[in-house]
Structure formats: structure tokens, C-alpha cells
Design a protein around this ligand. Structure first.
Ligand code: MTE
Length: 321
């Protein structure tokens, strides 16, 4: 993974847009679209937007930690289909069109096919889950996702006993994702989970942040969120979910097998070959330049999500990194 040093400008106070203003801007733009005006955001079908009205908020998945501001979440991240810089996704992801969107479900399952995303979403009750995200470059955020358990979707498509892993793929479309014209990665971005990991109740498919649609730069319209693993496992803009028998290839393992394994569990005891993973710097989205010199905090095993430990009983998590 390319290492970029954070510039002071990445977190300047003047860039911080309060959530309310951002949401008002989105409503304004949706209204502009409805009125036939120019809008940067897609006009969503009414039923797709309605799903955000009744979000379940299970206290189990809330947190006392202060979430990163919406501006922090949307202006500093990785989405190489739009460039390798941390501010590139925000600058460039306006070319992504999150609707209409199809997802193919394939492989070892009773039900397979290509489905419109809104049909896939209909049976699921969306909920808010505030999860910590720990990136391999040692920064972290706290993000209020809107989504639903990946396991609920998996059950609907009835995988067979041959389905030992779930493989995911991002869209390939050089019009919508212009940096795919460059050989930065082996496109499409691909990821995978073992079936029991995918079925764990903490793993979700997310369609929004802060109670609204997923911003393009965070992986619209649907992405994976696996909070106990490093951020790169959480693949964005998913177009295919494939039930497979063998451990599937994963993008960062293909790029640098010595540095990135299949499991990629957050593990402060296993250094990355080029740096320690013992600590992290929390991006709050507030504090401007001060955020750059904020003290680092200890990284917890499984990013603090100890519930998943039993998935790995008996495994050497240094070797199986
Ligand atoms: N998914 C795709 N398709 N392309 C990417 O470049 N980057 C990954 C992951 N998912 C990436 C991706 C990495 S390295 C991280 S840290 C997270 O997305 C960061 O994005 P987020 O802050 O929006 O979760």
C-alpha cells in the first residue's frame, strides 16, 4: 500500500463542514435534480431513500467514542479507483453513478443471478452501527454506518455446503472510475472472507453514513464493513458476491504478498514489515493542525471487537496475518 504523509491541509478547520450543512446540501441537490436543475448527486428512486427513515439503533452497536465528523470521514480515505492520494476520492468520485446499480450473486448457492440493488435491499431493515475503522497506515476513525448484516443477505441466497468462502468484487468501469485506466492495481479490486467470518453478526454491508446515502468516495452505493479487520478488507462499490470453495485472491495480497495476508485481522502484535501496528492516530475531523500531533493510542487486538476471537481459535495469527 502506498504510504502518503498527511499534509496539514488535509485536516484544516476551514474544511470541516458540519453534518447538518452537508445533509442540507444533499437535500438541496436532490431538490435541484427533481426540478430539472444541475445536480452532482444522482436522483434516487423514492423507495430507495425511504429505507433511511426508520433506522434501528441497537445499543450493542453504538459507542461512547465520539464519531469522526462527516467531513473527516469523507475527505481522507483510500479508494484507488479515484487516485492514490488520501484526498483524491473526495476530489474525483463525482463520476461514480450509484444508481441504477446491479449486484451479481454467483457460485455455490441455490439462488443466483443479477439483481437490481434496490430489490436486494428491500427485505433488509437498515440500522446504524458505529464502528471503529483501523487502517493499515495506523490511522483510525469512528464511523456511524448505515447497513445490515452481511449474514442476513447470505442466508437469503442459500449457499450450499461447497461455499467455504465469500468473494467480493468492485465495479470495473473506466468512465465512472477513471483511474482504472492506469495499472495502479490489478482491477477489479477483490476481497474475500471465510464463510464463518462473513456470517459473523458484526460484518455488515453498508449503504450509508450519518443516516444518509453512502457518499461516492466512501464506496457508494454498497460496500463491505468488517470492523475487526484492517480497512482494506472493507471493499467498496461492490458489484459481485461470489460463493466459492477455495480461498479467493485479495487485492493487497496480490500486490504485496509479503506485506498483506488473507485474514488481515487488526493485530498490534504483528508488525507490518515496514512499520509497527501497535498504535494508531485517531482522525476526529476536528482540531485542524493539532490533530497531526495528537498522541497515538494503543491499538487493540481485533480492533477491540473481542467477540470474533472464537473464529480464530487454534490459529497462529502471526503466520495467518
Ligand atoms: N475498495 C476499493 N474498491 N478500492 C480501494 O482502493 N481501499 C481500501 C478499502 N476499500 C479500497 C477499497 C482501504 S486501503 C481502506 S483503508 C478503506 O477502503 C478506506 O475507506 P473508508 O475510510 O471509506 O472505509
Amino acid at each position: 500500500m502506498l504510504i502518503k504523509f498527511r499534509k496539514a491541509s488535509d485536516a484544516h478547520e476551514s474544511e470541516v463542514t458540519p453534518k447538518e450543512l452537508f445533509l442540507n446540501r444533499r437535500s438541496f441537490m436532490a431538490a435541484a435534480a427533481a426540478a430539472g436543475g444541475t445536480a452532482l448527486l444522482p436522483a434516487f428512486p423514492n423507495d430507495a431513500r425511504a429505507v433511511f427513515t426508520n433506522l434501528k439503533k441497537d445499543p450493542k452497536f453504538q459507542t461512547l467514542e465520539k464519531p469522526t465528523t462527516l467531513d473527516g470521514i469523507t475527505s481522507h480515505n483510500n479508494f484507488y479507483e479515484f487516485g492514490t492520494g488520501k484526498t483524491d476520492p473526495k476530489k474525483n468520485a463525482h463520476t461514480l453513478k450509484p444508481r441504477p446499480w446491479s449486484v451479481e450473486i454467483s457460485g455455490h448457492a441455490a439462488k443466483t443471478g443479477v439483481f437490481d440493488l434496490d430489490d436486494i435491499l428491500k427485505p433488509h431493515q437498515l440500522e446504524e452501527r458505529i464502528y471503529r475503522l483501523r487502517c493499515v497506515e495506523a490511522w483510525s476513525m469512528v464511523i456511524p454506518w448505515v447497513g445490515f448484516p452481511l449474514g442476513d443477505l447470505i442466508k437469503r441466497f442459500e449457499p450450499t455446503s461447497k461455499a467455504k468462502y465469500v468473494a467480493f468484487e468492485t465495479l470495473v468501469d473506466t468512465e465512472q472510475m477513471p483511474k482504472q485506466k492506469l495499472p495502479i492495481l490489478d482491477w477489479p479490486y477483490v476481497e474475500g472472507l471465510r464463510m464463518d467470518e462473513a456470517m459473523h453478526p458484526l460484518a455488515i454491508l453498508a449503504v450509508g453514513i450519518y443516516g444518509d446515502d453512502m457518499p461516492n468516495q466512501n464506496g457508494a452505493p454498497i460496500r463491505l464493513v468488517v470492523p475487526w479487520k484492517y480497512g482494506y478488507k472493507s471493499i467498496k462499490s461492490v458489484v459481485r458476491i461470489n460463493f466459492v470453495e477455495k480461498q479467493p485472491p485479495t487485492t493487497w495480497n496480490i500486490q504485496a504478498p509479503g506485506e498483506y495476508g488473507f485474514y488481515s485481522n487488526v493485530n498490534p502484535n504483528r508488525d507490518h514489515p515496514r512499520w509497527s501496528q501497535a498504535r494508531e492516530r485517531r482522525i476526529t475531523g476536528e482540531g485542524g493542525f493539532k490533530a497531526l500531533i495528537a498522541p497515538k493510542i494503543e491499538t487493540k487486538m481485533f480492533n477491540g471487537y473481542d467477540d470474533v476471537a472464537s473464529l480464530y481459535t487454534g490459529m497462529d495469527l502471526i503466520r495467518n496475518h
